[in-house]
Design a binder for this molecule. Structure first.
Ligand code: UDP
Ligand code: MG
Length: 313
């Protein structure tokens, strides 16, 4: 059986569309499936729509969070509650074509692949600045962690083995896209064209994307911390050069000059120190968040999950 996990945040118009489009395609290929909608604390009528969908079809399951916990949390909630032999993650706005899901399913069904990832052939409608920043972000990640993630998305299909490996990872701050690569396993790729969003607008503002990028980088690599060391080495080299120069000037009796140099050095070093403290502080904050061991999300309601299912908790 295939579990399709669909995070939904304020998707009242898209949820029924997604449910029918995905169901139709899966049924036409005779694939046994369940759809797991995760309502990520929507403030519109998404949950109402999901209740109606769940009432009309028992293969449509729904989980509701007590508030907005973010897409990452929604993905993990779906994975934890899925009982399929494979799990796929899709967006609720039909930007991930259901036909591609079939292609991924077929690759998985051949039996030798544990992870099928869908990469963006084209990125759909996006502003040039968004595209540029996304590119920079993936470059940074690749440099820092060696995981090639250019044009990846959360649109993936995972075998049960891979799902269990992911769920065994205890961290609270998750980055699904990178973690599903990190676990390894046989991975195949398919390509898809990002469709236009069916209804509504993207749920990620520029600010939330920047925050998401920072959290993702820090939860996945400690490379920025090494920047601090590099800055330290560079400052040290400069310090040695200027130290020798200063000593020389003192000995030869020219030491009154160079006041601007002192000011500049003060400014530069304090900037570097504060910048470095900022990076360290950021990691410290993340460690603090992890160490609190809070749950990734809190569920307030669940529909169509039968008690006694192996994943029913
Ligand atoms: N989403 C979510 N929680 C959030 C933000 C988004 O569950 O806090 C869901 C959203 O409902 C959609 C998917 O994540 O199914 C992708 O969001 P969106 O289409 O807004 O992002 P984009 O396609 O612009 O990257
Ligand atoms: Mg979208």
């Amino acid at each position: 059986m295939l579990s399709v996990i669909i995070p939904a945040y304020n998707e009242q118009d898209n949820a029924p569309l997604a449910a029918s489009a995905i169901s139709r395609v899966l049924s036409s290929y005779n694939i046994d499936y369940e759809l797991i909608f995760v309502n990520d604390g929507s403030s519109d009528r998404t949950w109402l729509r999901l209740t109606q969908l769940a009432a009309s079809d028992e293969r449509i399951k729904a989980i509701s969070f007590s508030r907005n916990f973010g897409k990452e949390a929604a993905i993990f909630a779906g994975l934890e509650n899925a009982c399929g032999d494979a799990c796929a993650i899709m967006d609720c706005d039909l930007q991930h074509p259901p036909e591609t899901l079939i292609e991924m399913y077929k690759l998985w069904a051949q039996g030798d692949t544990d992870v099928v990832e869908a990469r963006k052939r084209s990125r759909g409608e996006e502003s040039a600045s968004h595209r540029g920043l996304a590119k920079l972000f993936y470059k940074l990640i690749q440099r820092a962690s060696g995981v090639d993630m250019a044009d990846t998305s959360d649109f993936k299909l995972l075998d049960r083995r891979a799902v269990d490996a992911l769920l065994a990872m205890p961290e609270r701050l998750t980055f699904f896209r990178a973690m599903s690569g990190w676990i390894g396993f046989e991975t195949k790729r398919v390509y898809f064209d990002v469709a236009e969003r069916a209804n509504g607008e993207s749920k990620f503002s520029f600010r939330s994307l920047v925050r998401y990028a920072l959290t993702s980088i820090t939860s996945f690599t400690s490379a920025p911390m090494q920047l601090v060391t590099v800055a330290g080495v560079i400052t040290f080299i400069i310090a040695v050069i200027f130290g020798i120069d200063t000593l020389y000037n003192t000995i030869t009796g020219n030491s009154a000059e160079g006041f601007p140099t002192v000011i500049l050095l003060q400014l530069i070093t304090s900037a570097i120190i504060m910048f470095s403290l900022g990076i360290i502080g950021y990691y410290l904050a993340k460690i603090y968040e992890e160490i609190k061991q809070r749950p990734r999300y809190i569920i307030s309601e669940k529909l169509n999950f039968t008690p006694g299912d192996k994943n029913e908790k």
